[in-house]
Design a protein around this ligand. Sequence first.
Ligand code: PMP
Length: 464
Amino acid sequence: MLPNSNRARDLATIVHQQTELSGMRETGATLMTGGDGVYVFDEDGKRYLEGMAGMWSASLGFSEKRLAEAAYAQMQDLPYYHTFHSRGHLAAVDLAEKLLAMAPAGRPGNPLSKVLFHCSGSECNDTAIKLAWYVNNLRGRPEKKKIIGRQMGYHGCTIAAASLTGMPGMHREFDLPISDRFLHTSFPHWYRFHEEGESEEDFATRMAEDLETLILAEGPETVAAFFAEPVQGGGGALTPPRTYFEKIQAVLRKYDVLFIADEVICGFGRTGNPWGSDTYAIRPDMVSCGKALSASYQPISALMISEEIHQALLEQSARLGNFSMGFTFAAHPVACAVARRTLEIYEEDRVFEHAAEVSPAFLGALEGLMDHPLVGDVRGVGLIAGVELMADRARRVQFAPEAKVGTRVQERAMANGLLVRASGDRICFTPPLIITPSQVEEMAGLFRRTLDQTLDALTAEGLA
Ligand code: PMP
C-alpha cells in the first residue's frame, strides 16, 4: 500500500492512459488538485509549470473564471440537448457561426462551410474518414477509399483514428490498422533523416516523391484522402521542412485526393497564426480541431467540411433519406457555450497575438539550450517546440532506446516542477498561450537544470 492513500485509491481503480502500467504500480499517479494560470498543483501542494498545457490543450491556463461562468450560465438555461432529428439549440449555432467565421481558407472556390461537432479529436478524424468514404460512394467511385497518414503522425485512439496514426505501439497487439485501407507515408523529420548535404527543400521534394510513389503503387483510383497535422505533435513537435506542404498538396491535387488537416493541436493560435493551415498555406477539404477550441475546459471538438462535401451529403441524403450518424454528447450545449466564450476571450484578450509576440522569446530560450551537450536540435514555431536529445550532436548519433533518455528527462523535469512530454528522445513544449516572457525564462531555466542533472546521471552510468 502506498503511503499516500489517494494514490492507493487511484491505483485500485483507474487504468491510466499512455502509461507504463506495471511501472506505475510502484509510484502511483501524481494527482492534480488545482491550477493557477500556467501552473498546476498536486495534492501535496507542489507547483508545476505546465509546459504542455496539459495535453497540448489548456490554452488559457488553469484558472480562467470566465469559462466557469459560461458553463454555469448555460447549465441554468439548457443543460442538455442534441442535434438529432432536425432539432438543435442556439449554443451550437452561436459557436458554429463563430468558428466558421474564423475557419482556415479551404481550396479555392470551396470554402469550409459547415461543422459537425464531436467530443474528441479522435471522433472528428473518424467522421472525416467516414465522410470521405460516403462521398466517394455517392460519386460512383466505391474503390477510392484508401486513407494515407504519415509515420509517427497522431490522429487519435479510436479504431479508425488509431489505424490512421503512424505509431507502431498504437497498432501492435491491438490488431490495427483495422484494414488495408490505411497506409502510411514517410514523415518529414528533416533533422534526423536528411542525408549529408540534403537541404530542407530537397528533403521536402523527397517526401513528396515518397507520397506520389505510394499513391501510384496503390493506384490513384483507390486513394481517397491524406491526413496531416501541420506540425506533427505526438510524433515530437516536428515542424515541416520548408516547401513541404506546397509539394505535398501538388501531389494530392494531381491525383484528386482530399487533404484533411488535423488541427487538433495546431488550431487556435498555437503556431503563431489562428491555424497551422495559415502558417503553412494548407488549403484543406476538411479540418478537425478540438483541445483549445474550449481551452479544454469542456470536451468538445469540431470537424469543418468544405461546401463540396456538404453538397455531397445533401445529395446522398436526397437519395437515402437519413444521414445515419450522430453522438449523444455532440454539440453539448455546455461545451458549446464554453467554447464560444473561449473564442471570445481569444479575441478580447488578443490571445493569438500575444502568443505570436511571446514566440521569439520562447523559441529563443529553447534555442539557447543548443550549447548543452545533450541537445542536438531545437525546432519550433509559435508556441510549439521540440528539443532533440542526442548522444553525439556532431555525428547525429542517438541514444540507445533502452536508455530511455527522453523519459528520464521528462521525469526529472517533473521532479523540478516542470511538465514536459517526451516523444522518444524529443522533448515537446506547448505551454498555455497566455505564458509570459518571464515564465518562459523560468521554464527554460528549469529545463536546463533538468538537462544538467540528466547529463550527470548518464555520465555516472557511463551512458554519456
Ligand atoms: N489529432 C491530434 C493531432 C492530436 O494530437 C490528438 C490528441 N493528442 C488527437 C487527434 C486526438 O484527440 P483526442 O485525444 O481528443 O481524441
